[in-house]
Design a protein. Structure first.
Lengths: 228, 289
């Protein structure tokens, strides 16, 4: 406990470094997964192959990937870019299927009606299909976010600093406080990010929260009947 | 005026949805396409806004062949109302109605103002404007659907079983409301339904369709009811079962009780001095007039 209090500044720095590695990966995984999912849904013949093969990327062991990447893309072994790219790949593996299913779940009724009232193809995608896929996309992003935050720690073995460095140092120098701080902060960070995502979802998708509130339903129904 | 000139639709897999269909819908009138599912009525409707391209023949709006009109622009000047309302669940009621004016380039404020005008026209409380579609009853959602269809003040309104999914009482009310709105706005409407009473209530002309878009009969509601030539039409309208052969019987109060051939009571005709006969249910189409 004392060790933790003495090293608060250091822990805070590592937390920032941890976020700087994991958050870009979450964003990249999300942004790349959308067009991939769209294409997979669009061309039915390649849907399963694309989804399955991207999903299998998750099976690549993380440590070898961290080591292999510098050779593939010409970065140095300690370059944080390796970590971001590796995490993006894992994120993508988780995200593509969720994204494809989220986009696929938009009902035909809504699609047809959006087309009928004069949305262009691109307009319909960005203003109708993407927002309606939002709740399911958010569920996917939450998994990717938590998984990325926990996976970042592995990179400490290679000497890229993150909260994982607290384990490696803690084990090397036999400091229990450091190990506990590493575990705690990783969990806390994952929880906070997850919570922020949930809150963002509520703000960005108010229709989802309100129509899901089953408690409000009876009251609305009654006033509905009076007005119908 | 909308004109179908010998249109046909055959899908790549060989199924024929419509064959050699011709129809002229005069401006400011309502044409009802009536038939069971699979008769090609929705296919025909969607040819008017180019959601379905005819394989043969052509569709003309005010003498202009629409195959040369850009589909998205065309759809923005044609109102469209469908079953289950087709509202965008993630937009508030008022923004759903304002969608088409917005797509046509109106400012958000102007589009919303127009939206509130339309809510009043279709009989919706302005307070509902800020709700989401999922918070409305089925009947209210359909009213919003109609309001949205009218939002850009289109000359043409396409309606695909718009009242098919609401309960019978609300349906009758919505039909009456639509007839009232039409009386005022005088749109050219093509209305698709499988409900005979709805067709008789709303149609200036009715086209009864058989499988494959073949026309079994067409004419005004009165002409159709008087038609006993075609067996399919008679059966479809219930003429053969006697559902539309009515008999009258004087009640103790001096009113006329009308029943169908099975003796099922349909309604009461009041004496002339007691009230207008149009309140009765003898001629469903009269409710609209």
């Amino acid at each position: 406990m004392e060790w933790i209090l003495d090293n608060l500044g250091n822990i805070a720095e590592l937390t920032v470094a941890h976020l700087a590695l994991s958050l870009p990966a979450v964003v990249i995984a999300f942004v790349v997964s959308i067009p991939l999912a769209w294409v997979a849904n669009r061309i039915r013949a390649i849907r399963e192959p694309v989804l399955t093969s991207t999903g299998l990327l998750y099976a690549v062991p993380s440590l070898p990937l961290f080591i292999l990447l510098p050779a593939l893309i010409g970065t140095s072994v300690r370059d944080p870019l390796n970590v971001v790219i590796a995490l993006s790949i894992f994120g993508l593996a988780l995200m593509v299927r969720s994204a494809a299913e989220a986009l696929d779940a938009v009902t035909d009724d809504v699609r047809t009606s959006a087309t009928a009232i004069g949305f262009s193809g691109i307009g319909r995608f960005f203003t109708v299909e993407l927002p309606l896929a939002g709740p399911a996309l958010l569920a996917g992003v939450r998994v990717v976010c938590v998984s990325s935050i926990s996976l970042v720690s592995v990179s400490a073995v290679l000497g890229v600093t993150s909260l994982g460095s607290l384990f490696t140092d803690g084990f090397a120098r036999d400091i229990l406080g450091s190990i506990i701080a590493g575990i705690l902060m990783t969990v806390v960070l994952a929880l906070i990010c997850d919570l922020l995502l949930v809150l963002a979802g509520r703000l960005l998708m108010p229709w989802n929260v309100k129509s899901a509130g089953s408690r409000r339903r009876p009251r609305l129904r009654r006033s509905a009947e009076a007005n119908a | 005026m909308i004109e179908f000139r010998q249109v046909g639709k055959t899908y790549p897999d060989g199924t024929t949805a419509v064959e050699e269909f011709s129809l002229t819908v005069p401006s400011h009138s309502t044409a009802v396409l009536l038939g069971s599912s699979g008769c090609g009525k929705t296919t025909l409707l969607r040819m008017v806004n180019r959601m379905v391209e005819p394989s043969t023949g052509s569709v003309l709006i005010d003498e202009e062949d629409i195959s040369g009109v850009e589909p998205v622009a065309l759809r923005r000047r044609i109102g469209y109302v469908m079953q289950h309302s087709g509202l965008l669940p993630h937009r508030r009621v008022i923004d759903n109605i304002a969608t088409v004016p917005r797509l046509n380039g109106a400012s958000r404020a102007d589009a919303r103002k127009r939206g509130y005008e339309l809510m009043e026209i279709v009989g919706l409380d302005a307070k509902l404007g800020l709700r989401y579609p999922g918070q409305l009853s089925g009947g209210q959602q359909q009213r919003v659907g109609v309001a949205r269809g009218l939002a850009s003040d289109p000359n043409i309104l396409l309606m695909d079983e718009p009242f098919g999914a609401v309960d019978p009482l609300v349906r009758v009310e919505l039909q009456r409301e639509l007839a009232r709105v039409q009386e005022e706005l005088k749109k050219t409407i093509i209305f698709v339904t499988h409900d005979i009473d709805e067709a008789l209530t709303l149609g200036d002309q009715i086209v009864v369709l058989k499988t494959g878009g073949a026309v079994a009969a067409s004419g005004t509601p009165a002409e159709l009811l008087a038609n006993r030539q075609d067996e399919f039409v008679s059966r479809f309208l219930g003429l053969d079962s006697g559902a539309r052969s009515l008999s009258a019987e004087k009640t103790d109060d001096g009113e006329l009780l009308i029943s169908d051939a099975q003796g099922r009571p349909l309604g009461v005709v009041h004496d002339q001095d007691r009230g207008p006969a149009r309140d009765s249910q003898v001629h469903p189409q009269d409710q609209a007039r």
